[in-house]
Design a protein around this ligand. Structure first.
Ligand code: GDP
Ligand code: MG
Length: 301
């Protein structure tokens, strides 16, 4: 591709941060598209996802990272940590997202991982809509800045879309002058097949209680564009035990039906065509610990 003008910039920006600080919400707000799945639970994001934002000024390639997890005993958590580390290497700018007026040991661990990278580090304080009292927030940030080296600090609300244009300008200014990598209509490097699995998983996260979502995963067995213009998608929801299967299916199949219709609605919006979605629930003991299975499901890069 050619350089559209002499100050056109393009590069990779990592969105790092402990689980639940709002990285995926921020990514979606920045690219103006509901790409990365969001839920009130930690560990919703399991994969490295590239979100692409193209403007007149340039193209920002955002990497939404799964948070770093401690105590990575299970294969799944180890795979998440690998994905998180590889996502923050080889970027042009690293953004650490935190929640307004909160800095925990986990934030500290993310910071320690970022400091190892010789790239500009921006601190983004998210959820400022929850912290109305400037008398608390400003001293908190001042104190943090004394002991942690950030090149810039930004205040945003990903949810209310506050402070985002300023952040975007700051990020672009730190990217190299180079032509775009992706076409201007592209929003992600991920396939529709991958996104379809994520949308089913999002519903599992939103609708199932406690630990159950972490014992499930989704595999797309078939993704076919039919001659009538409908995308036919067959998905398997893998669970670890029979009892979990019953819960996912629900009374008279009600839960599975609700999961399916919500996921289908999101797919139709994202894929801009009609979707026929068929779901199965299958038991596979210990899939969370099974490296081979995780590989097949795309967890390891
Ligand atoms: P991630 O784990 O860092 O990717 O976090 P998510 O994007 O999945 O968000 C975690 C939770 O925080 C969700 O319930 C979001 O709706 C919420 N959230 C994200 N950004 C904001 C914000 O700016 N303000 C408020 N009040 N909530 C937010
Ligand atoms: Mg996320």
């Amino acid at each position: 591709r050619e350089l559209p003008h002499e100050d056109y910039r393009c590069g990779l920006v990592a969105l790092a941060g402990r689980p639940n600080v709002g990285k995926s919400t921020l990514l979606n707000a920045l690219i103006g598209f509901r790409l990365s799945i969001v839920s009130p639970r930690p560990q919703t994001t399991r994969h490295r996802i590239l979100g692409i934002n193209t403007t007149e000024a340039g193209q920002i390639l955002y990497v939404d990272t799964p948070g770093l997890h401690r105590g990575a005993k299970r294969a799944m958590n180890r795979s998440l940590n690998r994905a998180a580390r590889s996502a923050i290497s080889d970027v042009d700018v690293a953004v650490q997202v935190i929640e307004a007026a909160r800095w925990t040991d986990e934030d500290e661990a993310v910071y320690a991982a970022l400091v190892e990278q010789a790239v500009p580090r921006l601190l983004v304080i998210n959820k400022v809509d929850l912290s109305k009292d400037k008398g608390v927030l400003l001293p908190f940030v001042a104190k943090l800045a004394e002991t942690h080296a950030f090149d810039e600090i930004h205040y945003v609300s990903a949810l209310k879309r506050k402070g985002l244009p300023e952040l975007e300008r700051a990020l672009l200014a730190r990217l190299p002058v180079q032509p775009p990598v992706y076409g201007e209509d592209e929003v992600t490097d991920r396939s529709e097949r991958f996104l379809a699995a994520e949308m089913v998983r999002e519903q599992l996260m939103l609708r199932l209680d406690q630990e159950l979502p972490y014992a499930t995963t989704v595999e797309i067995e078939r993704f076919e564009d039919r001659p009538d213009g409908v995308a036919e998608i067959h998905a398997v929801i893998w669970v670890e035990r029979e009892g979990q299967k019953a819960i996912v299916i629900g009374q008279g199949g009600a839960q599975l039906k609700a999961i399916g219709s919500a996921a289908r609605r999101h797919m139709e919006k994202m894929f801009e065509r009609k979707v026929f979605l068929k779901l199965w629930v299958k038991v596979r003991e210990g899939w969370v610990d099974d490296e081979g299975m995780l590989k097949r499901l795309g967890y390891t890069d």
